[in-house]
Design a protein around this ligand. Structure first.
Ligand SMILES: Cc1cc2nc3c(=O)[nH]c(=O)nc-3n(C[C@H](O)[C@H](O)[C@H](O)COP(=O)(O)OP(=O)(O)OC[C@H]3O[C@@H](n4cnc5c(N)ncnc54)[C@H](O)[C@@H]3O)c2cc1C
Length: 368
């Protein structure tokens, strides 16, 4: 199949351009960006028989927003500040990640606690969310002995899950490679004109109108004396914090939410607040080693929901705006992209809309 075989449905009538790709011969999909957006989409297309090539500007799967994420799959807790689709569809994503690798996802749920003086915050969180059970002091301590005595109440979200996002990205890539998909690192060129469809999954690097950045700082701690086994969210009026356990006594502590696309190093204030809060949660964090301090900039639109947008002139489908929910929604948008491109089906929650990039000249020249 060549590019000339692509039919743009509705283009002539002013409707949304639609590439009706045909799988009777191999379809070439080129994807720019190997964050969670690009990798989920790559695997979804490869599973349908497409030939997939990813170009990633960085030398490895590291250093982007996806790398610094917490890896929480928390559709109920996120509902406190997110649209209802996150809760309604979030469990589907957990099932998708389960299929990526055995033992990748930990199904231990989420425990939400608040210091005794902030019980009103816990009550408000309970009102704003579903899928939880109220625990008393003993219930909290039974679930997480490290929290004994500190918290008089807790909310337990037993259906939530978490995973190590770095392992998740690596495992998606190996699933892709098993299907014949390829990745090229240190490569940032567009292949528009040389593939059937290009997907722009460049996160903050995509020149999209009305997309903003939300800076997120995090720490990775090694704390052999801490035994937490599930995501703990500590409600606090000034420093809400979560701790996500990883293998070998490592813990991800995060994350700030700063309306900025500045990607400079973590500030002293953020680090102090993280460490104070972690220490207040479990005093054994006082002996932790700081393994890493990272920052990622979350790409977000005004409604904090991701978008699938097709630029007919560039023959490019953009997947962007995951905000706090790259892992929680990545598989869903990947499926929606495949459904639109191969089956002419629109996902009611994540339809493909039309797009004009800010300036075609800001896109890289087509590779020669
Ligand atoms: C601290 C933190 C904690 C988070 N926690 C969670 C969580 O617990 N659960 C959850 O679901 N989400 C979480 N998120 C959100 C999630 O990480 C983001 O929504 C997601 O990573 C965005 O993915 P992306 O692929 O769009 O962007 P990115 O991960 O930034 O990937 C974009 C990729 O494009 C590449 N690129 C840029 N320019 C080019 C080019 N010209 N050519 C080729 N490649 C290019 C970049 O190098 C990068 O690898 C968190 C985010 C942060 C920062």
């Amino acid at each position: 199949m060549s590019v000339s075989d692509i039919r743009d449905d509705g283009a002539g009538s002013g409707g949304l351009a639609h590439p009706s790709l045909c799988l009777s011969s191999s379809v070439n999909i080129h994807i720019r960006g190997a964050g969670v957006a690009g990798l989920c989409a790559a695997l979804a297309f490869a599973r349908r028989g497409a030939k997939v090539l990813i170009s990633e500007k960085r030398p490895a799967l590291a250093g982007n927003a996806s790398w610094y994420a917490g890896g929480m799959l928390a559709p109920f807790c996120e509902r406190e500040s997110a649209e209802e689709v996150i809760e309604r569809r979030g469990l589907e994503s957990i099932g998708w990640w389960d299929g990526i690798g055995q033992d990748l996802v930990s199904h231990n749920g989420t425990l939400v606690v608040a210091p005794p003086r902030d019980q009103a915050d816990l009550a408000r969180f309970a009102r704003m969310t579903n899928g939880h059970r109220l625990l008393d002091r003993q219930g909290v301590a039974e679930l997480e002995p490290d929290l004994h005595d500190s918290f008089v109440k807790g909310l337990f979200y037993s259906d939530e899950a978490h995973m190590d996002p770095r392992l998740a990205l690596e495992q998606v890539l190996s699933c892709l490679e098993e299907l014949g998909g390829e990745i090229r690192f240190c490569s940032d060129l567009s292949m528009v004109g040389q593939c059937d469809l290009e997907l722009d999954c460049r996160g903050m690097a995509s020149p999209l109108p009305d997309r903003r950045g939300v800076r997120g700082e995090m720490l990775l701690l090694y704390a052999p004396d801490v035994r937490l086994t599930r995501t703990i969210r500590l409600l606090h009026p000034r420093i809400p914090l979560y701790v996500v356990p990883r293998a070998n006594h490592h813990f991800m502590v995060g994350a700030t939410m700063i309306e900025s696309d500045h990607d400079g190093a973590i500030t002293a204030r953020s680090m102090m607040e993280f460490l104070n809060a972690a220490y207040a949660l479990v005093p054994a964090f006082g002996e932790a080693q700081i393994i890493e301090a990272g920052i990622g900039v979350r790409p977000a639109f005004a409604d904090n929901l991701p978008r699938l947008q097709y630029d007919k002139a560039q023959r490019t489908l953009s997947i962007n705006g995951y905000y706090r929910h790259g892992y929680a929604l990545g598989p869903l948008l990947a499926q929606a992209a495949v459904g639109w491109a191969l089956d002419q089906h629109q996902d009611a929650d994540f339809p493909v809309t039309s797009l004009s990039y800010l300036s075609p000249s800001s896109l890289n020249e087509v590779a020669q």
